[in-house]
Design a protein around this ligand. Sequence first.
Ligand code: ADP
Ligand code: GN1
Ligand code: MG
Length: 374
Amino acid sequence: MQENPELREVGGWFEIEGTWRGGDRYGSGHINQTYVSEFDRAGAVVRYVHQAINQEIFQDVPGLMRNLHRVTSHLRTSASQSESSGRWEVPALVPTREGTFWHRDDAGVCWRTFAFIEGSRTYDVAPGPDIAREAARGFGRFARELADLDPSELVESIPRFHDLEGRLARLRGASVEDPVGRAATVERELEAVWTRVEVADEFRRLWDAGDLPVRVAHNDTKVNNALIDDETGRVVAIIDLDTVMPGTLLFDYGDLVRTATCRAAEDERDLAAVAVDPGLFGAVTQGFIEQVGSVATSAELEHLLLGARFMTLIIGVRFLTDYLEGDRYFRTSRPDQNLDRARTQLALLRSIETSAESLEEEIWDSRRALQGRS
Ligand code: ADP
Ligand code: GN1
Ligand code: MG
């Protein structure tokens, strides 16, 4: 670890004891720039995560950081009251030497630092049902422990983040204006989206009827936002808390299904490999329902699969829009990556639709198993 000597300066802004040894880029998130620094503290190596917050996306950094502090404090209280004995950590912000939680550098970039949660790792694709179940248990526990935090205490760090109607309107605009001349290549994908707008209508009906309680939701429950213990394979922590804000339980279950029940990568080009895996789906559903069963309403549990269709469609729409707008939002590492990502979402959505009946049965089985236990 000898790269990025400028990270020494970053480390210096925060209350960290020890001598900086080195640092490097880290992780595979699409939004923030993440780095890890190593410090020598009396002969022991201690690691920290530094993140440069993407301010084009998160425009209210003070509000975002207040959310983070509010949520992690609440989780820490819940964890200390919980009877479960296994390892469960809450991301810990390191204060700056000025006593705040972020530092604005001379270029205007806002930095924050977390203690590195050691002995754990993330998976971009769930390698099997055990990891899928653990990630789902983690996000389910997260939702349950935040069920008594009033969502109005949090600001919307990204306004209208999961507004499918708004996202569809933006896609329509991008396909008409076609700013980088790509619309002709995505006619089939656009057609696949327009034939599915009933997902937005179904969600709207539930929402307008007041059937979905507004909750503190994570809103970005990608499988790689769950840290899994290296040794036990159990979930250790839920990270990436930037979008924790008012939302619904359907979003959190839905994004888990999108990312943890498919064996193919998010940008897989062989669409034949993109499908819901029944074993992974069962594990995710059991793990999530086991954790949220005591706080979820029957309307929420009844419409979980709509959450999966909703989240797979909305992320597909966002990838496709970004492709049409010239790859300005999601970080890419190769040409057409956002197009490939959009295509996998649409293929996964088709797979969810085709197997809807058996997936609904699996959800029912998990609900029954929970009732049997209580
Ligand atoms: P992004 O918003 O870009 O996805 P994340 O907050 O998810 O950023 O962080 C990116 C990666 O950094 C994660 O996937 C994880 O591997 C790692 N990471 C983030 N926070 C921690 C932490 N506290 N301990 C260990 N690893 C972390
Ligand atoms: C982004 O930050 P990351 O990589 O966990 C995005 C999510 C998308 C996801 C798609 C703030 O998540 O909404 O679902 O990419 N986060 C933001 O992979 O837009
Ligand atoms: Mg992430």
